[in-house]
Write a protein that binds this ligand. Structure first.
Ligand SMILES: [Zn+2]
Ligand SMILES: [Zn+2]
Length: 308
């Protein structure tokens, strides 16, 4: 026991030294803001489907002003629904919605980022606005995510293709085994499909810090506590989906994201290493079922691969 604690301390100290910390950058979906006006009402998704909330962002825009496609795609809806004009553009497995809008496009049209797809109609905000939404399946996502919109440099696109190919190859060959110490239990037992560090984000199409590792696991796989500890928080947000944080001795916290549904533990509850705390899902910003697993020591991010 004493030896294990000493070993944990040494590994944690090493982890602190070798990990480079970078602040996550702002992002947004697509390369174009549909209208230039400021946000007048933020994204505020309800915790349950049937509760009221705001499933998009409202951008100030005078009635009659142009609405542009946020990213290239194909028009799947251009009609009046329940008295308001709606345009939807499909981008792979994501869809952007624009309302109330008098459509200038038809279903099936291909549009490029920045193409005018219609004009703002009255009805959503007292002084005129566009309601801009982003969905994957039935899930509402935050289309702006809180920051400025940028165009992607060509070099980043090329680098992203290389990285995506490397990840695909790694997964095809069974993923990358954690090379670390085994001090923490792998919460789902799966291999690492995406490592810690800077990476090109598959949804935001932008370089971001990947603040943990993605562990390969199918939907519904039990998630186990990586070590003995106390539940610090259980929450939901649009990026992490169902999120759990467990505090452990030595200033270590473990972070579990994207669970299928609410975790099975409560804030303040003691958990044992290996105890099932939830089920693997794909809630929040996620491209498929997996566990995003993060570790921090005294609040600083460290690469979980060194601790698994
Ligand atoms: Zn709105
Ligand atoms: Zn992740």
């Amino acid at each position: 026991m004493v030896r294990a604690v000493v070993r944990l301390g040494a590994v944690l100290a090493l982890a602190c030294l070798v990990v480079a910390i970078g602040a996550p950058r702002g992002w947004a979906f697509g390369s174009v803001r549909p209208v230039p006006g400021p946000v007048v009402r933020d994204f505020d998704p309800p915790s349950k489907d049937w509760l009221p909330g705001h499933r998009g962002v409202d951008l100030a825009a005078p009635v009659g002003s142009s609405v542009r496609a946020a990213a290239s795609g194909r028009v799947s809806v251009a009609q009046v629904i329940a008295g308001r004009g709606v345009v939807t553009v499909v981008h792979g497995d994501l869809r952007t919605t624009y309302e109330p809008v008098r459509a200038r496009v038809r279903v099936g049209d291909q549009v490029s980022a920045g193409d005018v797809i219609g004009t703002v109609e009255a009805g959503h905000c007292p002084s005129g606005c566009l309601h801009f939404g982003l969905k994957r399946g039935d899930e509402y996502l935050d289309p702006l995510g809180g920051s400025a919109v940028r165009l992607l440099p060509e070099s980043a696109v090329a680098e992203a293709r290389k990285l995506a190919a490397a990840r695909a190859a790694a997964l095809a060959s069974g993923g990358v085994a954690a090379s670390g110490s085994g001090l923490l239990l792998n919460p789902v037992g799966g291999r690492i499909s995406s490592p810690f560090g800077r990476r090109f984000h598959p949804i935001f199409h932008e370089w971001r810090l990947h603040a943990g590792v993605d562990l390969h696991a199918s939907c519904g796989t039990p998630i186990r506590a990586a070590a003995d500890g106390v539940v610090r928080s259980v929450s939901y947000d649009s990026s992490g989906g169902h999120r759990l944080v467990i505090a452990h001795p030595g200033g270590l916290t473990t972070h579990y994201l994207h669970a299928l549904k609410r975790y099975q533990v409560r804030k303040g509850q003691k958990v044992k290493r290996g105890q099932v705390v939830g089920l693997v899902g794909s809630t929040g910003w996620s491209t498929g079922c997996h566990l995003h697993f993060g570790t921090k020591i005294n609040g600083r991010l460290v690469d979980p691969a060194q601790l698994l």
